[in-house]
Design a protein around this ligand. Structure first.
Ligand code: SF4
Ligand code: FES
Length: 144
């Protein structure tokens, strides 16, 4: 299996971590903070486009965990919004099952994948990264 792409963008206070394979194309980021997140631009994250608090607040809205952040440059502070005490599974119209809360997923090969805080599970069958959503439901025109 090829290694998943992970990109980092830092302003010295916050490091934005971008894992494109997890993006479910909810569009929350670029609707919420277009000066920072612009899919038409390269790189698509402009870390100078807003202050640290605004970037942090927007990333906390990312439902898939494709965007997360580290504060203060230390590996130990990787975080996004705190997970709820009860794990919540939400059906996204025409998209995946959104999971908020830490879960362990037993994979078909017998291994286990622990997903912390949030993840998205494919409902359309088109993901190349099953059982997780990789955003392919948009291209597949999934309705349901
Ligand atoms: S899943 Fe996250 S990164 Fe992808 S479009 Fe939505 S808010 Fe942006
Ligand atoms: S629901 Fe997103 S790829 Fe299937």
């Amino acid at each position: 299996m090829t290694e998943a792409i992970v990109k980092h963008y830092s302003n010295g206070e916050i490091t934005v971590i971008w894992q494109p394979a997890k993006c479910i194309h909810s569009r929350k980021c670029f609707h919420g903070l277009p000066n920072v997140f612009n899919p038409q631009a390269r790189p698509w994250v402009n870390i100078q486009g807003a202050d640290t608090a605004a970037i942090k607040a927007q990333i906390d809205q990312c439902p898939s965990g494709a965007l997360s952040y580290q504060l203060g440059g230390t590996e130990t502070q990787t975080t996004s919004a705190p997970a709820p005490s009860l794990t919540i599974v939400q059906v996204m119209p025409n998209g995946p099952l959104l999971v908020q809360g830490t879960i362990a997923v037993k994979l078909a090969d017998g291994s286990e994948s622990v997903k912390e805080q949030r993840c998205a599970l494919c409902r359309c069958g088109a993901s190349a990264n099953k059982p997780f959503c990789d955003g392919s439901h948009v291209k597949a025109g999934f309705v349901g």
